[in-house]
Design a protein around this ligand. Structure first.
Ligand code: SDX
Length: 437
């Protein structure tokens, strides 16, 4: 076996036999953990390419950041199981881990927190950008705009090939995205922006910027603070999901990293991806009562009905999403703390989960609750409006996006991304002059 920059080339090959063509020998590769894969780069030289819409069976890169085993329901951030991190570490430790590859020592952690806390302010001119949006704009539309605007404030002198510049970019993004997110909310309700406070924790500061007003003191509830911090950790990264792949594709051209993050935010907004937490809660509210669940299950199975059960199913997980298990535990903690006993939405969610997990349609397709199924219930109980759910997801995922963007700058395998296509349009033809058409 020989290594290809930490990818192991196994002592066996795949032989592709194409009629009329010499057999093509393709190396078989293996990472640290996970299935073997076939290196198809040789195909290009032989005049062939592969077809795989949605990249169901295609790797676009190698990565050391996150590993998922969809069959076993395993999710590792730099080798650490997600449930371990959610219970024993806080989000800023996880940010340090994802970006740097190792858990921080106490000194490294304190230094990292100090840097993040001292970059939470945003340029006052960005605040005026908000005023260009309608008050009723979807907060994700605002986030696409203002996150992209950061690239107008941090471009000159930014050398993406300098590791220190990349580290500074990561710190700025981790620090500023919560400020921008809270501003998007405050702007939507016509309240004044609340400045960040350096004496609060990361989650506590976000709660403060979201719910404090200049009129009275705001006390952070420690149970809610911990629950929100855990929600950030559960959403921090997830291999090459659609939004992370969008960031990598944008980054592959050498684009400004803040603009790449805006590409990630745009991609995350879709209801098939990060928009599912908002769609899931709206679905639970639409179902309303347990007796209406069968009607929606029927619609979810109907191929002629575009309706799908939001919060269920996953491209990779074919068992419980390990994040959903921790999220469900957190959900019960928060509802207990807030003394919300008879939560109708929770009753519908619990019943829907039980029905779906025993229904043959869902069992056969391995459709289980995913990370978005319970998160919406917690966020709503905390008082975060449904339209802000995906913004919370984007806030939490920013560290994953920028960690992958940073990683690709270091990898010699990185090239500009440019997928192939099968052309099914018109054969070559010639323009006929207008008066002869
Ligand atoms: C996230 O990639 C990531 O890692 C994403 C994410 C992350 O952290 O970044 O984990 C976050 O996006 C979680 C997923 C959130 N999305 C939803 O909850 C929306 C509902 N789920 C579906 O849209 C769907 O399950 C996807 C998009 C998540 C996965 O789509 P796939 O892998 O392309 O699966 P598919 O569409 O090929 O579905 C396989 C079958 C189909 O039926 P058949 O054609 O085999 O008969 O399952 C059916 C689908 O119709 N199906 C569903 C369903 N999800 C899949 N049927 C009803 N309800 C659903 N939710």
């Amino acid at each position: 076996m020989s290594d290809l920059h930490d990818i192991t080339v196994l002592d066996k090959v795949a032989t592709l036999s194409i009629p009329g063509h010499d057999p093509i020998q393709l190396p078989i590769l293996k990472g640290t953990i996970g299935p073997e894969c076939i290196d198809i780069r040789e195909l290009g030289k032989q005049g062939y390419f592969t077809y795989d819409p949605g990249f169901v069976s295609t790797a676009a890169c190698s990565s050391r950041i996150t590993f998922i085993d969809g069959k076993k329901g395993v999710l590792l951030y730099r080798g650490y199981p997600i449930a371990d991190l959610a219970r024993k570490a806080d989000y800023l430790q996880v940010c340090y881990l994802l970006f740097n590859g190792e858990m921080p020592s106490k000194r490294e952690y304190d230094d990292f927190c100090f840097k993040v806390r001292h970059h939470t302010l945003i340029h006052e001119q960005i605040a005026s950008l908000f005023k260009a949006f309608r008050r009723d704009s979807h907060p994700m539309a605002v986030m696409c705009g203002v996150a992209g605007a950061l690239s107008a404030f941090y471009h000159g002198g930014l050398d993406i090939y300098d590791p220190e510049h990349r580290q500074a970019t990561a710190i700025r993004l981790i620090a500023k995205i919560p400020t921008l997110a809270a501003m998007a909310y405050k702007y939507s309700i016509g309240h004044p922006f609340i400045y960040p406070r350096n004496d609060l924790s990361y989650a506590g500061n976000f709660l403060h910027m979201m719910f404090a007003t200049p009129c009275e003191n705001y006390e952070v509830n420690p149970v809610i603070e911990r629950a929100l911090d855990r929600i950030f950790t559960l959403h921090a990264d997830h291999e090459q999901n659609a939004s992370t792949s969008s960031v990598r594709l944008a980054g592959s051209s050498g684009a400004n990293p803040y603009a790449c993050i805006a590409a990630g935010i745009a991609s995350l907004w879709g209801p098939a991806h990060g928009g599912a937490n908002e769609a899931c809660l709206r679905m639970l509210e639409q179902i309303g009562t347990v007796d209406r669940i069968p009607e929606f299950i029927k619609r979810a199975k109907d191929k002629d009905d575009p309706f799908r059960l939001s919060g269920f199913g996953h491209r990779v997980y074919k068992t419980y999403d390990p994040r959903a298990l921790v999220m469900r535990e957190t959900c019960h903690e928060v509802l207990q703390e807030l003394k919300i006993k008879d939560h109708p939405i929770l009753r519908v969610a619990t019943e829907l989960e039980q029905i779906a997990l025993s229904d043959e349609y869902f069992v056969k397709r391995n459709l289980y609750p995913n990370v978005d199924f319970y998160s919406g219930i917690i966020l709503k109980a905390i008082g975060i409006p449904v339209s802000m759910f995906t913004v919370i997801f984007a806030l939490a995922r920013t560290i994953g996006w920028i960690s992958h963007w940073n990683e690709m700058q270091n990898m010699d395998e990185s090239r500009i991304g440019r997928p192939r296509q099968i052309y099914i349009g018109s054969p070559e033809r010639h323009v006929i002059a207008m008066d002869e058409r």
